[in-house]
Design a protein. Structure first.
Length: 297
């Protein structure tokens, strides 16, 4: 009897220890997740707080939020920068970002369809060479491209920034779409050919609708990259009236090196809104899978 009781007590103790370890592990995991979240969100919180501070209190201050918030930084944006409205910078960035999105979706999807659904000589070699361009640093091509566009008299235009998007030079997005298209059933192509469809009709009416998750993913990343691009506009754009938002923020610093940090940070906070809205508008499509592959029913 005593042996049975001892075993029962021992078993109960073991279960309690196991439950305690699980709770301790869960608590440690949640605390670690909160710590990582705090590190990730700290820059955003700092920008929000600094946008309501006077410029003299932004640098060197350890307070996240000001004791007396001000709206002068945001009101100053309405006056523009160097007689240029900030709406001009946002319109230029929007033109650049949307033009890049359209170019990537059209050119990369067409190229991906050729690699994924059409058999032709040298397909694997060309695909490997295209993937190999991912290993080529951007700065290696910078000077030759600039010289080429300068001789074509295209400097200070958006052509150097956008033309590559329409020529499927973004190998990553081509690869992403190729991998998605290769998973589509070949029977869909065969059924379409029986109905008299050619490659373009198959691409437009069958493949593109089924590749919506890959297209939306490419659109989101392209929009964010173009909106935040600083190096490209800095090199190819010379007139302030053609500057994008990233270059417009640089104009808050005068020739003597004195910067209006309050206005700069306020504009950077406002510049986050289009990217956030674009992501929120299309993020639900990121979780779409093969449920719409045309095989249901």
């Amino acid at each position: 009897m005593s042996t049975t009781a001892t075993k029962s007590v021992t078993g109960g103790t073991t279960e309690l220890l196991a439950v305690g370890r699980r709770r301790t592990g869960s608590l440690a995991w949640h605390l670690g997740a909160l710590a990582v979240l705090a590190v990730v969100l700290y820059p955003v919180v700092w920008v929000i707080g600094a946008s309501f501070k006077p410029s003299k209190d932004i640098i060197g201050s350890l307070d996240l939020f000001p004791g007396k918030p001000i709206l002068a930084n945001f009101k100053g944006l309405a006056d523009g920068i160097a007689d240029i409205s900030i709406l001009t910078f946002f319109q230029n960035s929007l033109f650049y970002a949307l033009g890049a999105v359209v170019g990537i979706l059209v050119s990369c999807s067409l190229t991906a369809y050729a690699f994924a659904r059409i058999r032709f000589a040298g397909r694997n070699l060309l695909f490997s060479l295209m993937i190999g361009t991912l290993l080529l640093p951007y700065h290696v091509l910078l000077i030759p491209q600039y010289v080429m566009f300068q001789k074509l008299e295209l400097i200070n235009t958006y052509v150097p920034l956008l033309i590559g998007k329409y020529l499927a030079t973004e190998a990553f997005f081509v690869f992403l779409m190729v991998q998605f298209m290769r998973n589509l059933p070949r029977e869909l192509d065969e059924a379409a050919r029986l109905d008299g469809c050619g490659h373009f009709r198959i691409y437009w009416s069958i493949v593109l609708p089924l590749c919506r998750p890959a297209l939306i993913t490419s659109a989101i990343f392209t929009f964010i990259n173009a909106w935040n691009d600083f190096m490209g506009p800095l090199i190819y754009l010379n007139e302030p009236s053609k500057y994008t938002v990233s270059l417009g923020m640089m104009m808050f610093r005068d020739q003597e090196g004195v910067a209006n940090y309050g206005g700069m940070i306020a504009m950077s906070l406002v510049a986050l809104l289009p990217v956030l809205l674009f992501f929120l508008a299309f993020q639900r499509y990121l979780i779409d899978g093969m449920a719409t592959s045309g095989l249901k029913g």
